[in-house]
Design a protein around this ligand. Structure first.
Ligand SMILES: Nc1nc2c(ncn2[C@@H]2O[C@H](COP(=O)(O)OP(=O)(O)OP(=O)(O)O)[C@@H](O)[C@H]2O)c(=O)[nH]1
Ligand SMILES: [Mg+2]
Length: 571
């Protein structure tokens, strides 16, 4: 078993990529994915890495099984000392106790194996979360016994710890009783041992003498049916015990003790046990790691989907804004009223076609003479655009929250990010109003710049000057809200009339082509600014995802590492 450096490096690389936060969100059966990840990390830390680094270290036999099966009683009986506490309160063993020959205790006291469990020594029970180390002279050197909590405990921590300890074992001593050997949970553990070729012995405890033959036959059958024929099976008779903490007489556990002594008698037989379990565990990585890498991909896809639906919600907000620019609604109500204050009502529309010159004079007079209504029109337009932005952003927020709530991962994210869904995230952010206002004002500045530079052209300068930049800018702003279908149709409503008028005037000054370009530029600039505002709104959602979950290349690294482990050659 020399020359394991390459394998050790491959395992270290694998371990390095098993980040504990690979599965942050409820995507698929996330509980199973997290468990698989925890088990892999645990087995690497607790067993594979330390075992490969110290291949000649003493064997660790973990005594596992259902509560009350007599695990603690068996351990005490095997070592001929009361090192661990049996009892009638179920479950009894909450913190594991490891018993080693004094010659081996230094290895187990060091945290080479099971590094996550702080060591305690001395009498009494260990605190949950610790590993108590005891010594016993009767136990042969080269082998330690670990009394584990129950595998089918009502206490979750117990169950998980039992599974963790079994994954760290060189050898399982699986304890069951005549009454409980057919239970399902023990068998699921035994099948795991089979799949991983873990060295295993089954100890059938508390067997009444008249039941010995049928129960043994039945258990042998079950072992065979579960692909575990040939598993050493020891039967311990049910004996009267003087107290709940008493040990069984030495001869009752003699066959087990003898078998263990043989296993640990010399380096070669110990190495055979180690090699079997180690090889099995390494082989199991060949399926467990790629399966985990597939789950990592699913987690990434699920997170990407969350991002995509949030982005889609804001794309649709942008479409709603575009629609609002086109449908002319913005030019009704307040804007229309201010427009009418501004230019007067009456037969402007009729005048439009025949008497554009007269109209221009009239408007010019109005513009130059009435700055207050002009300001009001401009601010009515400004607040109309702001309301449109707000309504579109509210719609997007609502849609994003709804889409997330419809996905388990999204629900999970919203619940765990501590964001109050109902109050805040489902509506536009409180910062939207000032941001939208600033954007619209900046846009208005841009529009004024547009007409200013267009008006600087020699061909138009005189006509433009007669209106003034502010008035032209206002006309252009109104023209932006005309339908993209053009205004050639006869269907010119009142709102349409506003844009027709502003557009006609602009055309009279700058020419058709220039007005088309100006309108187009002004519209695109506004869209661009609104998109920026929406991007910040959208970031309230996407920032919850940023940096979450596995990195791009984690799954590939895991697959590579698994491959490198499989290519290691024989131990
Ligand atoms: N009469 C008799 N009692 C036994 C035998 N083996 C265990 N017991 C009793 O069964 C009870 C449970 O035994 P434990 O050794 O504590 O069982 P355990 O498997 O360690 O249980 P947990 O720590 O809860 O998982 C104790 O009161 C023991 O005295 C036996 O062979 N005969
Ligand atoms: Mg116990």
């Amino acid at each position: 078993m020399q020359g394991n450096e390459g394998l050790l490096a491959a395992l270290q690389s694998l371990r390095h990529h098993l980040d504990p936060d690979l599965f942050p969100l409820a995507i698929g059966d996330v509980a199973a994915d997290r468990r698989a990840l925890r088990e892999l990390r645990g087995q690497l830390d607790d067993y594979l890495l330390p075992r490969l680094a110290a291949i000649d270290a003493p064997l660790l036999a973990v005594v596992g099984g259902s509560t009350g099966a007599g695990k603690s009683t068996l351990v005490n009986s095997l070592v001929g000392e009361s090192v661990t506490e049996p009892g009638v309160l179920r479950p009894t063993t909450l913190a594991p106790t490891l018993v080693a020959n004094p010659a081996d205790s230094a290895w187990f006291t060091s945290t080479s194996i099971l590094p996550g469990l702080p060591r305690v020594t001395g009498d009494g029970r260990g605190e949950p979360g610790t590993l108590r180390i005891a010594t016993a002279d009767l136990l042969p050197a080269g082998l330690a016994l670990l009394d584990a909590p129950d595998i089918d405990s009502v206490v979750t921590a117990n169950r998980e710890l039992a599974a963790q300890l079994l994954a760290a074992a060189d050898l399982w001593l699986f304890v069951t009783t005549a009454a409980r050997y057919a239970d399902e949970v023990p068998w699921s553990f035994l099948r795991t041992a089979r799949d991983r070729s873990t060295a295993l012995a089954v100890i059938l405890q508390r067997v009444p003498s008249d039941a010995r033959a049928p129960v043994t036959a039945d258990l042998t059958r079950l072992l065979r049916e579960n692909g575990l024929s040939g598993t050493p099976l020891f039967v311990v008779p049910e004996l009267e015990l003087p107290s709940e903490r008493a040990r069984l007489p030495a001869q009752a556990v003699q066959p087990v003790a003898t078998w263990l002594a043989q296993l640990s008698a010399d380096a070669r037989s110990r190495a055979a046990v180690v090699r079997r379990t180690l090889t099995g565990a390494l082989d199991s990585l060949g399926t467990r790691v790629p399966a985990l890498a597939d789950r990592v991909d699913c987690q990434r896809t699920g997170i990407a989907e969350l991002r995509a639906v949030a982005e889609k919600a804001y794309d649709s907000g942008m479409s709603a804004f575009d629609e609002g620019m086109r449908d002319g609604m913005l030019l009704r109500g307040e804007v229309l009223a201010r427009w009418q204050d501004f230019v007067g009502t009456g037969d402007l529309m009729r005048a439009l076609e025949s008497r554009i010159g007269w109209l221009r004079d009239r408007i010019t007079a109005v513009f130059t003479g009435r700055p207050a209504p002009a300001r009001e029109l401009r601010s009515a337009l400004e607040s109309g655009i702001e309301s449109l932005i707000r309504a579109s952003a509210d719609g997007s927020a609502e849609r994003a929250v709804e889409s997330w709530l419809a996905m388990p991962a999204g629900r999970d994210l919203l619940e765990h990010s501590g964001v109050r869904i109902s109050g805040r995230l489902g509506r536009a952010s409180p910062d939207l109003q000032p941001r939208a206002g600033a954007s619209v004002r900046a846009w208005q500045g841009y529009v004024l710049d547009l007409v200013r530079s267009e008006g600087a052209d020699r061909r138009t300068t005189a006509r433009a000057a007669s209106f003034g930049v502010n008035s032209l800018g206002l006309l252009l702003m109104l023209a932006v809200f005309t339908s993209t279908g053009g205004i050639t149709g006869v269907e010119i409503g009142i709102a349409g009339g506003t844009t027709v008028l502003s557009q006609k005037l602009l055309e009279a000054i700058f020419g058709d082509q220039a007005v088309r370009t100006l309108t187009q530029n002004a519209r695109e600039d506004l869209r661009h600014r609104v998109r920026e505002v929406f991007d910040l709104e959208q970031a309230r959602f996407t920032s919850l995802i940023d940096g979450l979950g596995p990195a791009d290349d984690t799954a590939a690294h895991l697959r590579e590492a698994a491959k490198a482990v499989q290519e290691r050659g024989a131990l």
